[in-house]
Design a binder for this molecule. Structure first.
Ligand code: MN
Ligand code: MN
Length: 326
């Protein structure tokens, strides 16, 4: 790991000073709302090409619902709903991440007939229901973005824990449906960006973009270098390249999210992942009012309440050096 990346990252492992607890909580809430906003905004243009987005919307910039799921404006999809299901399971266990609890939460969510569900997610949850084993076998076909789009509750609850513990916790939830080295690597970079952003003294999007570039050096499939990713698929390489490119070009949270969703493709999920990173960096003041006002009120409340409670359990905020898994 490069020295500058390591330094920024070490800051995320340190306890949060008492006078910064309110800022940390605000950023945690903004990360969860940013995820939901990116999801609700992107869902409108999911599976469109950038050209189709331009033809239909010019620049797509408002939460208007519709899309292939015919959503009400402000309605979120599986990205946010699976995150909330996982967050609830973590809170019910006093801030600990456990594979079976995650699998049960995902299974209960699938029973509620969600508006959308990915193939790999459905296959993994169905396998758990049959076998009771809360993880799927390692398979390069599992290199989808499904474990990453719902990882935020883990990033919040484990802030300040040793990195090996954070990784273990993130993988426990991901492997219920997605077990794959590349997907793990991408997820861990996303978690590291969220945690580094939460702990940073000031929002510094350029520094986060540099961290993303350095961290992906060993994973060419995930690297933002090269041609612009247009119409990213759910393959973790396409998804994260689009997210990291938009992060690198972002002037602020709003321009970053607009950039990534206007690429179309898996736009609800690129929006959700970039939304959590930018929210963690920028705090609630950076969330445009026209978006927060449009978000489904019950969803916004659940995201806010869970984010506050999850970050309060974290070793960084609680000052308690407690196990985060099991
Ligand atoms: Mn979705
Ligand atoms: Mn999606």
């Amino acid at each position: 790991m490069p020295a500058d990346w390591q330094a920024a990252f070490d800051a995320a492992r340190a306890p949060c000073p008492p006078d910064r607890l309110e800022i940390l909580k605000d950023r945690a809430v903004a990360a969860f709302l940013g995820l939901a906003i990116g999801d609700a905004l992107g869902a409108t243009v999911e599976f469109l090409t950038p050209r189709e987005v331009r033809a239909q919307y010019g620049t797509h910039k408002d939460i208007v619902g519709g899309g292939w799921l015919h959503l009400k404006p402000g309605r979120v999809t599986d990205d946010t709903d699976m995150s909330l299901a996982l967050g609830r399971a973590i809170l019910d266990r006093g801030g600990r991440i456990e594979a079976r609890a995650a699998a049960e939460a995902f299974s209960a969510w699938m029973s509620r007939k969600p508006v959308d569900i990915g193939h790999t997610v459905r296959r993994g949850i169905s396998a758990y229901r049959r076998s009771g084993v809360p993880f799927v076998p390692d398979n390069p076909m599992n290199a989808g973005n499904g474990g990453i789009m719902r990882v935020l509750p883990v990033a919040l609850a484990t802030l300040g824990a040793p990195w090996a513990e954070v990784v273990r916790a993130a993988r426990l939830q991901a492997h219920v449906t997605h077990t794959c080295e590349l997907a793990d690597a991408g997820m861990e970079i996303a978690v590291a960006l969220v945690q580094t952003a939460l702990a940073a003294p000031e929002a510094d999007l350029a520094a986060l973009a540099v961290l993303a570039e350095r961290a992906t050096a060993a994973w060419p499939d995930l690297s933002p270098a090269g041609k612009p990713e247009a119409g990213p698929t759910a393959f973790v390489g396409h998804t994260l390249r689009a997210v990291f490119q938009a992060l690198g070009a972002a002037a602020n949270l709003e321009t970053g999210l607009l950039d990534v969703v206007n690429r179309g493709g898996d736009a609800d999920t690129t929006g959700a992942i970039l939304g959590m990173i930018l929210g963690a960096a920028c705090g609630t003041a950076a969330l445009p009012k026209r978006w927060t006002k449009k978000l489904d009120p019950a969803t916004a409340r659940a995201c806010t309440d869970q984010a506050s409670a999850l970050i309060a359990f974290s070793p960084a905020a609680s000052g308690l050096d407690r196990p985060v898994t099991g």
